[in-house]
Design a binder for this molecule. Structure first.
Ligand code: TYD
Length: 133
């Protein structure tokens, strides 16, 4: 898998003077059917989350509030994407190392995934990830 497979998806944005609305729908905005969602919040300043890759899981990461950086690697190259708008979803395919960092106060990271939680699907050691690649 290469970093070129990572995509920043622009989600629908229904502008309204009462407040804006965005949404995700299986196989429409998302290139997969959602099996699980989870969210990360109350991250202390300077901490990071998610230093790992998934063997087969794919996901979309959205900053519902505040901002954070997603650092991605395919084992050869690295890139950093800042998420700070709730109408962008970062599509991360399987076998891409990703770390979430530089969380702002009150940042809320929302992740939609195509599989249930499975520890066996994680690669948590970067050297092991590079070997597997
Ligand atoms: P983990 O995915 O390692 O967190 P992060 O990648 O954000 O650093 O998950 C942390 C813990 O939470 C881990 O012990 C497993 C548990 N967990 C679940 O039980 N279900 C889930 O859907 C997720 C994402 C984590």
């Amino acid at each position: 898998m290469s970093l070129s497979e990572v995509k920043l998806l622009e989600l629908p944005k229904i502008l309204d003077p009462r407040g804006n609305l965005s949404f995700l729908q299986n196989n429409d905005q998302l290139p997969f059917a959602v099996q699980r969602v989870y969210w990360i919040y109350d991250v202390p300043g300077g901490d990071f989350r998610g230093g790992h890759a998934y063997r087969s899981l794919q996901e979309v990461i959205i900053s519902l509030s505040g901002s954070f950086d997603v650092v991605l690697s395919d084992g050869y190259e690295e890139k950093k994407i800042t998420l700070n708008r709730s109408y962008y979803g970062l599509y991360v395919p399987k076998m891409i190392w990703r770390q979430l960092e530089n969380f702002s106060t009150n940042a809320l990271a929302f992740i939609a995934a195509d599989q249930p939680y499975s520890e066996q699907d994680y690669i948590r050691d970067f050297e092991a990830f590079k070997q597997t690649v």
